[in-house]
Write a protein that binds this ligand. Structure first.
Ligand SMILES: Nc1ncnc2c1ncn2[C@@H]1O[C@H](COP(=O)(O)OP(=O)(O)OP(=O)(O)O)[C@@H](O)[C@H]1O
Length: 259
């Protein structure tokens, strides 16, 4: 196919950053300082299209700061962020959502005064015609195990159901990259397994890439393609969960074990 073929997407950032062509997100020398504290220390980080990556590290390692830089909730002190072939460093959070980056926080950001159906209508209003709402809501509640609760107040749902509702809301925006900050914190083992299954299914069927911050290593093991360990604002190591779990240096910094 020639360069004039409109179906061929040029990816200027690939040449600029040296990233692989299947790289969806790439940061270069990304830095965030809060006064004298360096929370993100010149990080070069890449995620491939359709990859499910977990981000782990001790408290204060800079995980949430890093995710907030990617969503645009925080402005970097220095460095650049590339997404889907384009530099997005100066785009607003809203513009990043429009391009397919979605974020789910630890505390479900659903509307407790609204029913499940009404909650799902909120993001749908941004992307669909009202005539499509009923059908799309029916598909979503079926897929996310909420069909029996569609007209219940979302405040009456269990914590696990609320997490699923929020993931369902994020998925209506048809993201290419979903960022999750501790999605199973406070959930039971059964609810945690449900979320793990859901994320793997979305990842397989919709080809959505994920960056998931999580402290629960068993959960990480059950979902991650690769794991990145952050420590003191920088990447300490990356690899499979097995290699990371068996790395004595990771055990020392992450699990607090002395050598
Ligand atoms: N708005 C802020 N102002 C000042 N310092 C901040 C701010 N946000 C984070 N920090 C500091 O930056 C460092 C990294 O914090 P961050 O919350 O990103 O770490 P984390 O790895 O997500 O930690 P945890 O696992 O405890 O959630 C910490 O030292 C934190 O105190």
């Amino acid at each position: 196919m020639g360069a004039s073929d409109p179906t061929v997407k040029t990816k200027p950032a690939v040449a600029e950053t040296g990233a692989d062509t299947d790289t969806l997100l790439q940061t270069r020398d990304l830095r965030k300082q809060f006064g004298g504290l360096t929370a993100t220390d010149d990080v070069d980080f890449g995620v491939a299209e359709g990859e499910l990556r977990c981000l782990i590290g001790p408290n204060g390692a800079g995980k949430s700061t890093f995710l907030n830089l990617i969503t645009g909730q925080l402005e970097p002190t220095d460095g650049a962020i590339y997404y889907d072939g384009w530099e997005i460093t100066d785009l607003s959070s809203h513009e990043r959502v429009d391009r397919g980056i979605s974020m789910k926080f630890q505390v479900p950001s659903i509307y407790p005064g609204l029913t499940v159906r009404e909650n799902l209508r909120v993001p749908l209003q941004q992307v669909a015609d009202p005539s499509e709402f009923d059908e799309r809501i029916a598909i979503a509640v079926d897929r996310f195990g909420l069909a029996d609760h569609v007209d219940e107040s979302s405040s009456a749902l269990s914590h696990g159901q609320q997490q699923r509702l929020e993931i369902a809301m994020a998925m209506t925006l048809e993201p290419k990259l979903m960022l999750l900050d501790e999605p199973v914190a406070g959930l039971s083992l059964e609810e945690t397994e449900e979320i793990a299954d859901l994320l793997r299914t979305i990842n397989d069927e919709d080809d959505v890439a994920f960056i998931v911050i999580e402290h629960d290593i068993d959960f990480v093991e059950s979902i991650a393609d690769r794991v990145t360990v952050l420590h003191q604002g920088d990447i300490f190591t990356e690899g499979t969960i097995e290699s990371v779990r068996n790395d004595p240096d990771v055990r020392r910094i992450y699990l607090g074990e002395e050598e």
